[in-house]
Design a protein around this ligand. Sequence first.
Ligand code: HAM
Length: 452
Amino acid sequence: MAIQAPKGTTDLLPRESRIWDHFKRTAFGVFSRYGYEPIETPIFEQTELFVRGIGEATDVVSKEMFSTITGENLKTLLGGGHVKSNSRFSLRPEGTASVVRAVAQHNLVTPGGVPAKLMYAGPMFRAENVQKGRQRQFNQVGIECLGSVDPAIDAEAIIMLMRFYHKIGLKPETLRLLINSMGCEKCRPAYRDAVAHFLLDHESELCEECVSRAHTNPLRAFDCKKENCREVMKNAPLIIDALCEECKDHYAAVKGYLDEAGIAYIEDPTLVRGLDYYTRTVFEVQVVEGMGAQNAIGGGGRYDKLMEEVGGNPTPGLGFALGFERCILALEAQGFQFDEARVLECYVACVDPAVKPQAFMLVQRLRDAGFATDMDHQGKSLKAQFKVAGKQHVPYVFVLGPDELAAGSVTCRNMDAHDEVTLNLEKLTKALEQAALTDEPTALGDVITQSS
Ligand code: HAM
């Protein structure tokens, strides 16, 4: 059988690739209005970054990382030798740890300086059990803001996320925004211990994994999908009752800003998210119906200790990421139709192979003048060439044949209006040469008018 793409990956064919491009441009357009600037980090990083940043006990790090090693180091390992930790790499399972590493490495936040507001888009890799909406390579768009503890930053990011969903076409009534506070290094440890004790007290009613979580990552028990565990966790202590005064005030201020901005949210005291770096605000946007278990289309939160975890100066941070594939599934479930893109603006149809060199040159001139143009290279009949142009929704077809050439003309058919004009070939050539010299885009309609 022919080789297939690896399980859990998808090819973005031209249509999907165009949608991804539109998705990124729309997101960056919204985020840049809030002062965010683009950043690109490597697709792979030292494994250590994710272990320290995301947390060794998280599913993402303990089970789902694609780790890689160079051929040279593989030989060393197989020979029983030791490979230094800075030679162990992993494909990024998310973007936050990388952006925080880059901010530290390039000193993008200076004491007393303005926060670094960064946005990114690209593929992430997690070796998950594949299902609808859960892939092993998927695309995220995200933002990270480093250098401010102000609750207004948390609210601003949430508002911006909701504005993006609206802009991309997701109906607000189909989404729900969950928020919570995870506390800080002062109040969280005691809460974590309380949950661990609660898990051990209910050992006999919980699944094996939840019991073991008591020792590694107790809060993750809130995310267990097993019915028994869910029932037990309904009575578990809630972080909201354990927050210190500063965390309570921060959380109240975030909610105040959201109320002011008219953003509807649901407080979910069991929302813990799957990455260990969060402190204080966490949030997640879910699709209300039709997405099954993979209904989270975006999420994020504050991570005031992450920078230190990865070796930088203490710098508070906050961000979110949204999943492209899940957003598209949600849009499709709502019946949203993406416009069929018109890739080509014109097509040059050749009546007879004898005039192909002149038709070929007309194609080049149209392209140089800025118009996406193509022609036939398979010896198709004129009728078949029109069929190709029609299928691609090309608005203008230029027809060149021996008779036209002898008369110094070319026929231009407006495919939408179903009418034709005869153009003067010399005037057309001049107008196209003129258009090629200007930086401003020229309208094809103007070129046609000038040439008739
Ligand atoms: P996350 O919740 O792990 O957060 O991922 C964010 C979004 O990526 C999810 O809501 C989902 O839409 C999408 N996603 C995650 N895993 C998959 C998958 N296997 N297949 C398809 N889509 C997926 C983060 O990644 C954090 N870095 C967000 C963040 C930024 N927190 C602070 N700053």
